[in-house]
Ligand binder design. Structure first.
Ligand code: SF4
Ligand code: SF4
Length: 344
């Protein structure tokens, strides 16, 4: 599929046209943060930061979502019957998603779209959503995507990848879904050699600027029990306050809790993000908690991402190197250091 090219000024018009047929999500400035949200006009988009504070995960897996509704009036013939809450599954476009976050969706597919279990809303949203990525010309000092199977210009998981080249975007067409979108919008101008050379030069310079490196490939060789029983967890957990920020900002954390809320005769069944860092996450009905101490909870987070996941799926670590947990942890716990400790 041939690469295309579009002037930035025309690209703004393209986004406004796409708003007629897609729900468009893009990075938007929100007071002191930039996050993905649904936009109503192209001029809301803010591409000035390397990445958003929160990942775009909530577009596919909302932080809080009503799954079902029910009635608890025992005199009603509808009592206790669960009705699926209507969802808007119309076509959506995520614009400005970085390659690491697109790869994270592929990792979440391993949990929500399997032979044994298919989450109906996850699957439907993945199907109706087009991912128009933006290559990272200037990665952050905390990015280590190149060590964990992604990269600032990596196409995996995307339908289209835009590369910022001066007054233009070079558009790499990755899937038929992406090509269909461009054809429908009449974006036909093929990228010339000079434009491709400029994009390649940007990619090279971006790759060279990534200085954070972790060793992910060797984790599969380490013994699980030895890692589990290692002394270094005591050192890592010391400052942790179990706030859960690392799990909420992470594009690959997928844990959730399901709760019923009843108001008079009407109830709703909600799915909310949860966190392995919270004591309630594993509290049994009996009162026993297998992860009552914060060391156990912190160890679970890192062992799941960097060892259990590796051994179960043989697809590398459950981390795309976005660096959000490194940037947002209030006590500076750094997953890159945990990689090192686990390898040592
Ligand atoms: S963000 Fe830091 S302090 Fe908060 S739970 Fe995660 S590791 Fe602990
Ligand atoms: S563990 Fe940290 S660096 Fe890895 S994907 Fe999650 S937030 Fe990003």
């Amino acid at each position: 599929m041939a690469d295309r090219v579009i002037k930035k000024s025309e690209f703004i018009e393209l986004i406004d046209r796409l708003l007629e047929s897609y729900r468009v999500y893009a990075p938007v400035r929100q007071q002191d943060m930039t996050n993905f949200q649904e936009i109503s006009a192209a001029d809301q988009v803010d591409l000035s930061l390397a990445n958003t504070t929160m990942s775009p995960k909530s577009i596919m897996l909302p932080q809080s979502e009503t799954m079902f509704e029910f009635n608890v009036d025992k005199t009603s013939d509808q009592a206790a019957i669960l009705r699926e809450t209507e969802k808007d599954l119309s076509p959506r476009l995520i614009f400005g998603i970085r390659p690491c976050d697109a790869k994270a969706f592929q990792l979440l597919d391993l949990n929500f779209d399997t032979v044994a279990y298919k989450d109906p809303w996850w699957v439907a949203r993945r199907k109706t959503t087009t991912l128009m990525g933006l290559a990272c010309n200037a990665p952050c000092s905390t990015c280590f995507c190149t060590s964990v199977g992604s990269g600032p210009f990596a196409p995996e998981g995307l339908d289209l990848l835009l590369v910022d080249v001066d007054d233009y975007f070079l558009i790499q067409v990755i899937t038929e879904k992406g090509e269909k979108l461009l054809n429908e919008e009449g974006i036909e101008t093929e990228a010339a050699g000079a434009m491709k050379q400029a994009a390649l030069a940007s990619e090279k310079s971006s790759l060279q600027s990534i200085k954070s490196v972790v060793s992910a490939a060797s984790l599969a060789q380490h013994d699980t029990k030895t890692l589990f029983d290692s002394d270094f967890w005591e050192e890592v957990q010391f400052a942790c306050i179990n706030c859960g920020v690392c799990t909420f900002v992470c594009p690959t954390c997928w844990c959730f809790d399901i709760q019923d809320e009843v108001h008079k005769d009407n109830g709703i069944r909600l799915r909310n993000w949860d966190s392995c860092m919270f004591p309630l996450f594993t509290l049994h009905g009996s009162g026993h908690n297998p992860r009552a101490q914060k060391l156990q909870r912190l160890r679970q987070r890192f062992m799941h991402k960097l060892k259990y996941f590796v051994d179960k799926y043989d697809k590398g670590v459950a981390c795309v190197g976005c660096g959000r947990c490194v940037q947002q942890c209030p006590v500076n716990i750094d997953i890159r250091e945990v990689f090192r400790l686990m390898n040592d």
